[in-house]
Design a protein around this ligand. Sequence first.
Ligand SMILES: [Zn+2]
Length: 319
Amino acid sequence: MLLAAILLLAALTTTQAAFAAAPDVSGYLALVKQDLRLAIVGHRLASANAPFCARKNRNPGWVLHDKSQYPDHAIAQAAFGFRAPVAVSVVVPGGAAEALGIKPGDGIMAVNGVNLSASNFVQNERASARLEKLQDMLADVLDTTGTADIMLTTANGPKWVTLAPPAICASRFWLDTKSKLDAGADGASVRVTEGLMAFTANDESQLAAVVAHEMSHNLLGHRQRLAANGNSNKLILETEVEADRLTVWLMANAGYDTAAALRFIERYGRNTGLGVLSVGTHLRWKNRRRVMQQEIALIEQAVAKNGLRPPPLLTADKL
Ligand SMILES: [Zn+2]
């Protein structure tokens, strides 16, 4: 009995020691799980609505990350198995990267013969600058030629692929690690906070409503319009109403339940109240819901072509 107890104690101690030595990767894994959710929703909205977007780019359907963007490199290595300093973090189901068998963890070694580990590419660059440089280079190559030759380092050794992804609405999506319920658009990319990801954790269509709203600001050039005409409350309100209207069209074309936008705006409105939104720039949530309900009624009457309904806000100038 005593021996058994000692052995048990020894076993426990060993297990605890092993456990203590293993880095806790759960936080980083949770982060990438949210990255994947956001990438899937963003890719689906940007793909489905491509015929109506003036600005498009060829999107590989992946998210890349840089080991040095993580505060703890050892945990990042343990969590993601970086095979090169810049690696694939997320592969969007149905995207071009997935079709080529590219997997999370695959390292990016070279793009069209440009070696990423060459000192002149990465030296003295912050991680975000290196990633941005790579993304811009890749986007340029894809937009110019339609294809990009990528050399990867994978679990099975080196691999060469030629990416030839489809052109979809130009947009980038990124996870902001703040807990506040917030999202934003800067004219080119869409930002969603971890707080808002958690708030929509059980309903991808509600997350789609958030992403579609911010994409709408970008697709409609609102930032440029506000910059050119002054940020008056009246003009900001006008852009917010337009974004709400376009939101439900983008959702419908991507096959999301448009009623989720109504559910979201009610939950968000009740949760945040008017405190964070200045009265002059945003409608109250009941009015935002009413605007979207009217728009959903228009979608139901609209004639679909190839399963898509042209959003009036994106197509008016082309008619
Ligand atoms: Zn907005």
